[in-house]
Ligand binder design. Structure first.
Ligand code: ZN
Ligand code: ZN
Length: 410
């Protein structure tokens, strides 16, 4: 497996953020597993990186901070942190790699109102820097490593170490990483081409609206903005270099017309939000807005999420993922959005990616709704894929089949 993990790090650097000579790299990693970050740093320097910076974080300390610090201190972003972001993100335009490794129950039992307020306050103070990734100014990547708690949650019947090993294997499998670097490269070139061809077909038709229907109750109409762009795995940064923001990735996505969403949308997998599991939930949309919802589990947390700000009741992403994909076929519930969203068609509530409309990246946040895109401090994906999901797209009332029985129809 060591060789595969090395290739995973190389994949992150060469295909993920696509590090070029003289560039900076900023890696955020859990302190529990520094090995992957080290391998990424090595691979980055081998590609000619000028500087690699690694920020360590620790879940236990995060929990302690949320528990004991006052709201006031939690909501405060110290000046030095802003200066750090200014230097690394705005000045040095660092390639950003986030190694996520969530403990799905990290924040359970804590005061969620306090946490939500702190996150909201910090996000609004660092909004200028989020723009660099949200608008693809710099290359960025989210990739995951297992941790003991997460692995045990996914594989409760295995011992701690076996569970971690198993989760590593699955992550490498669904990320199309093999023991040979050549093969890994080929896997990704083919995968990218196939996703690109789907996006090209959708873009060439410039559909007006799409319709989702499945037997679980989903029956939803979604308008699409003028000049929308369906994006596939690859994005392009401000320098014109291609990068892949998520590994693994199976989705082709765009943004809905924020005020033209009507009907019922039923989630098909649980969602972990701020450390709380929300399950068996649905939304009713009218003119784009969630006007009713319910959840069997985590309803209070879902309500808080919806009330985050003005835009958090509107959709900001619509993503197509076939029911037959490596992640979906693994039949594993990861309790981790990066994996679960790539196993299933999904939507996101909250902010839309401005790059999904032609010229959108140049439009100011205050005016983004004028081109049909939603704005919010949150962007939360949730899964809606189902075995019998039918998706049709319409152009001047002519119907085109997009998904039949959960899979691509073309
Ligand atoms: Zn997505
Ligand atoms: Zn998303």
């Amino acid at each position: 497996m060591d060789k595969r993990i090395e290739n995973f790090a190389k994949l992150a650097v060469e295909f993920g953020v696509n590090v070029k000579e003289g560039e900076d790299v900023l890696i955020n990693t859990p302190v529990e597993s520094p090995e992957l970050a080290r391998l990424m740093a090595k691979a980055s320097y081998e590609k000619g990186a000028a500087n690699v910076e690694v920020d360590f974080r620790d879940d236990e300390l995060t929990r302690l901070n949320y528990k004991h610090k006052s709201s006031q201190r939690l909501e405060e972003v110290p000046k030095w942190q802003i200066e750090k972001l200014q230097y690394q993100i705005a000045d040095k335009k660092s390639n950003r790699i986030s190694i996520s490794s969530e403990d799905p129950d990290l924040l359970s039992g804590l005061d969620h109102e306090k946490i939500a307020k702190a996150i909201k306050s910090r996000s609004s103070q660092t909004k200028d820097f989020v723009k660099y990734t949200m608008n693809d100014i710099v290359s960025w990547l989210v990739i995951s490593v297992p941790n003991k708690k997460w692995a045990k949650k996914v594989f409760p019947d295995l011992g701690e170490e076996e569970a971690v090993e198993k989760l590593w294997q699955v992550i490498l499998d669904v990320s199309r990483v093999s023991e040979s670097w050549e093969e890994t490269k080929n896997n990704w070139q083919n995968h990218l081409e196939s996703l690109d061809s789907k996006a090209e077909y959708l873009n060439s038709h410039q559909f007006d609206k799409v319709h989702y229907k499945s037997s679980n109750g989903t029956d939803l109409w979604i308008g699409l903005p003028k000049d929308h762009i369906w994006m596939s795995a690859g994005s392009t940064n401000a320098k014109g270099d291609r990068f892949i923001p998520n590994i693994p990735t199976e989705e082709v996505f765009t943004s809905p017309l924020y005020n033209k969403v009507d009907g019922k949308l039923v989630a098909t997998k649980p969602l972990v939000y701020n450390g709380v599991v929300i399950d068996e939930f649905y939304f009713i949309f009218e003119d784009g807005k969630v006007v009713d919802f319910d959840a069997k589990k985590g309803k209070d947390t879902l309500a808080k999420m919806l009330d985050s700000d003005e835009g958090s009741r509107y959709l900001g992403e619509i993503a197509l993922v076939p029911y037959d994909s490596p992640i979906s076929n693994s039949n594993i519930l990861f309790y981790n959005t990066l994996f679960d969203e790539n196993a299933s068609c999904h939507f996101a509530l909250g902010k839309a990616y401005p790059t999904t409309v032609k010229g959108g990246a140049e439009v100011a946040d205050e005016k983004i709704r004028e081109i049909g895109l939603n704005d919010s401090l949150i962007h939360e994906d949730f899964m809606v894929g189902a075995k019998d999901l039918q998706i049709s797209a319409y152009k001047d009332d002519r119907e085109f089949k997009i998904f039949v029985d959960g899979n691509w129809a073309f």
